[in-house]
Design a protein around this ligand. Structure first.
Ligand SMILES: Nc1ncnc2c1ncn2[C@@H]1O[C@H](COP(=O)(O)OP(=O)(O)OP(=O)(O)O)[C@@H](O)[C@H]1O
Ligand SMILES: [Mg+2]
Length: 312
């Protein structure tokens, strides 16, 4: 089988995830190359290791860059720290005012607090960057390569985290509002309220696109090995409980050749795991990808992988 349905016009966001080293980056790039034949496609890496540059043999970095030789394909490697510092810079005055009006901290304390990192905020900002791109609508498809499983799950649960943060901030604001209203009798909405409302809208937008199976699809990548299967099972369960749908799974690194004793034995050893994947994930379209003799690096190798995944 090949990957199905990714060319549906409504489908915008395609996220690849899975255990370390199973082929997420290779599959994400091959998919972006396939989609870029007909759609303006943005390949997004959220992996701090940024192997997209290495695999494409072209420097990308934290800025949208056109991929040489492909009119409709661009890529960006999101640097979570930079996404976060950009957000802080953009909203510095609102964040300061929120703390000034709701806490007893002095200016120095507030400056120090703003330089501290809130756990998980990096992923929130990475995801916010992706959603901002989708809303700008310059591209028709957004293909996301993630770091190993835990990272993909943190990325996906980032709206909950941001929501928790907003709730705390809103509670602080509510006390401030109560005080102002008690003293002056009326309260005018200010830029901090507008900022919190807009963050709340961001959370809603992220949640709504992630949970909409016509607009978003998560594709797990697995290999025929015990640990990878266990991790894929956990990943799918966690995605399911977050309301995120997977329709297909990629089974990578399958031994195809039986030309030598090593190949035959390797292939035989993979068989029970392949069967386990096919039966455990039998509701998913399984896309089998052979292990190539060479690594998947550079456009020629990526196009070979693309051909296997898409049949064209
Ligand atoms: N089908 C394949 N045949 C041969 N080599 C492959 C295949 N798929 C991936 N590789 C190679 O395996 C290595 C890991 O692949 P890749 O970087 O795509 O995995 P990953 O899941 O993104 O890894 P990480 O978790 O480190 O981000 C790379 O060297 C890649 O070229
Ligand atoms: Mg990778």
């Amino acid at each position: 089988m090949t990957l199905q349905g990714l060319e549906n016009n409504d489908l915008k966001l395609i996220i690849f995830g899975g255990k370390g080293g199973v082929g997420k980056t290779s599959c994400a790039i091959a998919t972006a190359l396939a989609l870029a034949k007909n759609f303006r496609t943005l390949l997004i890496s959220t992996d701090p290791a940024h192997s997209v540059s290495d695999c494409l043999e072209q420097h990308i970095g934290f800025r949208v860059r056109q991929i040489a030789g492909h009119d409709k394909l661009a890529a960006i490697e999101i640097v979570a720290d930079e996404a976060l510092s950009g957000f802080k810079k953009e909203h510095e005055s609102e964040l300061k005012k929120l703390l000034e009006t709701s806490t007893n901290l002095d200016n120095q304390d507030i400056d120090e607090l703003l330089t501290l990192s809130i756990p998980g905020i990096d992923e929130v900002m990475s995801f916010k960057t992706i959603i901002d791109f989708i809303e700008k609508g310059e591209f028709e498809k957004y293909v996301v390569d993630t770091a190993p499983t835990g990272h993909a799950l943190r990325l996906i649960s980032s709206p909950n985290l941001l929501d928790e943060w907003i709730k705390v901030a809103a509670r602080m604001r509510w006390k401030y509002r109560y005080l102002i209203t008690s003293f002056s009798g009326n309260y005018q909405q200010d830029d901090v309220d507008v900022f919190l409302l807009s963050l709340k809208k961001t959370v809603k937008r992220i949640e709504s696109i992630l949970r909409d199976s016509t607009r978003c699809e998560f594709i797990p990548v697995c290999i025929p090995e015990a640990m990878a299967i266990m991790e894929t099972r956990r990943l799918l369960a966690d995605l399911g409980s977050s309301g995120i749908v997977s329709h297909q799974v990629i089974i990578n690194n399958l031994m195809a050749s039986v030309d030598c004793d090593f190949c035959r034995r390797r292939k035989a050893a993979q068989q029970p795991y392949l069967q386990e994947i096919l039966s455990s994930f039998n509701t998913l379209n399984a896309v089998e990808v052979p292990m190539f003799p060479e690594e998947v690096k550079g456009l020629e190798a990526l196009n070979k992988l693309k051909y296997v995944m898409f049949g064209k």
